[in-house]
Design a protein around this ligand. Structure first.
Ligand code: ADE
Length: 503
């Protein structure tokens, strides 16, 4: 009797010990990590994740959890001035501090401690049972805890950089990251820290989507899009795409950071991008007219951006194909060099032929009715086929070209700015009103006679018409549009050079 009581006590002690070691492992195999200065995912100073982290950047410390899928970006990235420590034991981030001598190269060492598997647990149990001593077990546990901490200090913690006194510009941070990281975006910690150092200066746009502000970060202007709470899916989608796809391109709006904060119990969603003082193409066309050569360069730049989005790249700089699904002049920004860049990837669909997937997302938002292609309006679009989405972008591209060409001066004539179908539907048209015009009556935007008399504009007119075929597969591809415009641009550069020489 005495023997079985002893055995029961021993077993209970062992079970308690093991469950203490594995606290937090029960159902989902997640770790418990210490949380500090992190909002959202923490409860009582603790979060659950696959990896615990400690970060230090510009005197700011954070502790929290990462999921496994961000391990590479978050833990293996070298960023100037950032110290990051990732580890894989319960609360292994609790006691980490930045090393006293912050200098040397940045390296983030992935701790590869395997977590105890079931067989280890079982052998420990057997070991304890045979040892038959609760006290010994508790003593061993104490020892093991100390060893783990020592290991963490010896192996997990790795130094990054020394602040050399100068504040980094975001260009510096990108340069460092783009040459050493995955090339998609900054690690989330850096994004969040940067976003929280932005001062909002002036509101430059407001709509159903939320607001756009000009802000400053370390003296540089940045654009901050603050999403309305009903459009949070667009923030998630755009954040996901910018963080997972290599999208650095002159004609795609440059991404800086995404941030989610909680303010008076409501969630604030920010997307921080490059700031373009000329604003959207829609704004620009209200007060500016163009010469045919600048019209061509502008159209070509939009086509270049769209080709980059639509093209899957299978080399080391891998990139899936992306269809925009809400291309319009309000979602295009004008740069100081006269080129444009495409913004708003909140509705985009992603496709990879090589990895065999089509990801249409789960955004309840739909595209802008005025720019919807006939097959969207009559609901015959094949939503399971990626090509369909590219073809709807081409329809909208033709409409954007039409808006630009109206504002282009030929023989001293330019038209007022008007949105597509301005003469056929009211403002904020309904789906049915658009469908009647585009599908039933098969109307197309009218083209002013002056456009036919200019070699550049008549070529753009031809492209527009070929973007507006009722049958989606008959439309041009973005690549074909880009090639045609590119050729036209070279010819026009050549003839203007020749003209200069002849004079
Ligand atoms: N409006 C919307 N996005 C903008 C940006 N990135 N820069 C300037 N104005 C904008």
């Amino acid at each position: 009797m005495g023997g079985s009581a002893l055995l029961t006590v021993v077993l209970a002690g062992a079970i308690l010990w093991i469950s203490a070691i594995h606290a937090g492992d029960e159902d989902d195999g997640k770790l418990l990590c210490t949380c500090e200065n992190i909002k959202g995912t923490c409860m009582n100073g603790t979060c659950r994740g696959d990896i615990c982290f400690y970060s230090w950047w510009q005197d700011k410390e954070e502790r929290g959890c990462f999921s496994e899928y961000v391990f590479k970006e978050q833990c293996l990235t070298k960023i100037p001035h950032l110290f990051i420590h990732c580890c894989r034991e319960n609360h292994c981030n609790a006691l980490t501090t930045p090393p006293p001598n912050i200098n040397g190269d940045s390296t983030t060492m992935p701790p590869e401690f395997p977590r105890p598997e079931l067989w280890i647990t079982v052998s420990l149990l057997l070991f304890i049972v045979t040892a038959a001593a609760c006290g010994l077990a508790l003593f061993l546990r104490f020892q093991r805890g100390r060893c783990r901490l020592k290991n963490a200090e010896d192996h997990d913690v790795t130094m990054l950089k020394v602040p050399n006194g100068d504040d980094p510009t975001y260009g510096d941070i990108f340069d460092e990251f783009c040459t050493s990281g995955s090339g998609t975006g900054l690690p989330y910690l850096v994004q969040r820290t940067m976003a929280r150092q932005i001062s909002l200066v002036e509101c430059v746009g407001k709509g159903r989507y939320g607001e756009v502000w000009r802000g400053t970060w370390m003296g540089e202007s940045v654009a901050v899009k603050i999403f309305s709470s009903r459009d949070e899916q667009s923030w998630f989608r755009e954040t996901e795409i910018y963080n997972t796809v290599q999208l650095r391109h002159d004609n795609i709006l440059g991404f800086i950071a995404s941030d989610m904060t909680s303010k008076n119990s409501s969630t604030q969603l920010w997307l921080v991008t490059h700031f373009h003082e000329l604003g959207s193409l829609y704004d620009f066309l209200q007060y500016s007219s163009l010469e045919p050569e600048s019209c061509l360069k502008m159209c070509l730049s939009v086509a270049c951006g769209l080709v980059h989005l639509h093209t899957e790249i299978v080399s080391s700089q891998e990139k899936p194909a992306i269809a925009h699904r809400d291309l319009k002049s309000r979602n295009i920004l004008v740069k100081r060099n006269g080129q444009c860049c495409i913004a708003d990837l909140g509705l985009a669909v992603i496709h990879s032929q090589s990895h065999d997937y089509l990801d249409v997302g789960n955004n309840p938002r739909v595209g802008t009715k005025r720019y919807m292609a006939p097959e969207v309006l009559d609901e015959t679009i094949r939503m399971d086929v990626f090509e369909s989405y590219k073809q709807t972008d081409i329809w909208a591209l033709g409409l954007v070209f039409w808006e630009i060409t109206r504002r282009t001066n030929v023989n001293g004539i330019v038209e007022e700015y008007r949105p597509p179908f301005f003469d056929l539907v009211p403002s904020d048209p309904s789906f049915e009103e658009m469908k009647k015009v585009v599908c039933v009556d098969q109307q197309r935007p009218s083209l002013h006679n002056r456009l036919h008399s200019h070699p550049i504009l008549s070529a753009i007119v031809k492209i527009m018409k070929e973007c507006w075929y009722q049958s989606p597969p008959a439309r041009l591809t973005a690549l074909r549009v880009r090639k045609t415009l590119s050729k036209l641009d070279q010819e026009s550069d050549f003839s203007s050079e020749k003209l200069k020489q002849d004079v």
